[in-house]
Structures are given as C-alpha cells and as structure tokens.
Design a protein around this ligand. Structure first.
Ligand SMILES: [Fe+2]
Length: 199
C-alpha cells in the first residue's frame, strides 16, 4: 500500500484570511508531498508496508523506526489536518454529543479552547496540539515533530499543526494568533465529531 497525497477538500483560497492560499500551496503541495515521498521510500523494503497507516504509526514508534515515525506519522497527521479545517468553521458550533464530552472531560468550551491553545503555544519547537480520547475520556495533549496520540496510547479527534510551515507566511512568529484563528474560525467540528464517534 503506497502512501498517496489526497487533494485538499476545499479550494486553496477557501480558508482566507485565516490561512492563505500561499500557505496551503506550500504546506500541502510541498511539505505533505515530501512526507508521502519519504514515507514511501522508508516503507519500500519494510515488513510494515502492508499494515494500515495507524498500525505503522504505533509499531514504528514502539520500535523506534525514526523515518517511519517522522514521515508516516506526518502523513497521518496531515491527512486529518486538511479535514479538521473548513471555511467558516470554528467557534461553538459543536455537535451535541461531542459538546457533552467536552463539558464532562475538558471543563467546557472556554477551558478547552484555552488549554488547547496553551498546548500549542508551549509545544517547544515543531509539533502538534491535540484533543484525543485516552482511557475512555477526552484529553488535551501535545506531541513533538511527527508524533501523534496513536503513538502514546490515545486516539486523536482534533489536531493543530504548530510547525512553523503551518503559520509563518500568515502570522510570522505569532503562533498564539494562529492557534486562536484555528479554534475560532477554522475547525471543522463535524469531522472532529466523526473521529470522536470512532475513537
Ligand atoms: Fe505541517
């Protein structure tokens, strides 16, 4: 099973002004493409080549196979990242069952928003901020580089890429402003809910 770069689920200019066409062209066409190319090269002679992307993430992390952790991890992360955003997304338009879990496990919308943004701001260097299901409950997480919650015994339902390639064109060094725009204006809560129902 070769990794493939999917088309974006919206036009390159659909997420403006919060995420520009230029950012999406570089991020999707260059950065995600590189993870696909390098991931396929790393899988070429690997016994993991026939496993699912999720299984490869877990096994590669447990066995410390860095090229697969980095590239297949980032492929998984970006596959979902494009779908975790949509035009006119974000804010409190959250499906009821997911909202109830956010209230019960994460202290409600406002605390979830603050803690998620804080996770992204405090991830030193490159990485991701997450909402994941772990031990039957939602939790805020952060991971470094290409890692994701699958590698840490959890199932991601929302992730925000905090690598500089995700925000530097639009926000320069202002990672907090990017994270605020992501939560307030971009999150596709229906896709988060879909992952929540499978987690
Ligand atoms: Fe990225």
């Amino acid at each position: 099973m070769a990794l493939e770069l999917p088309a974006l689920p919206y036009a390159y200019d659909a997420l403006g002004p919060y995420m520009s066409k230029e950012t999406l062209e570089y991020h999707h066409d260059k950065h995600h493409m590189a993870y696909v190319t390098n991931g396929n090269a790393a899988l070429k002679d690997s016994p993991l080549a026939d496993k699912s992307i999720e299984e490869i993430c877990k096994i590669a992390y447990a066995d410390k196979i860095a090229p697969l952790v980095n590239n297949v991890g980032q492929h998984y992360n970006h596959l979902h990242f494009w779908n975790w955003m949509k035009p006119n997304g974000g804010g409190k338009k959250i499906p009821a069952r997911l909202q109830a879990a956010i209230d019960a496990d994460l202290g409600g919308y406002d605390k979830m928003r603050t803690d998620f943004i804080q996770a992204g701001v405090t991830q030193f260097g490159s990485g991701w901020a997450w909402i994941a299901k772990k031990d039957g409950k939602l939790a805020i997480m952060k991971t470094a580089n290409g890692e994701n919650p699958l590698m840490h015994g959890a199932s991601p339902i929302l992730g925000c890429d905090v690598w500089e390639h995700s925000y530097y064109i639009d926000y320069r060094n202002l990672r907090p402003k990017y994270l605020e725009a992501f939560v307030d204006n971009l999150v596709n809560w229906d896709y988060v809910d879909e992952m929540f129902s499978k987690a």
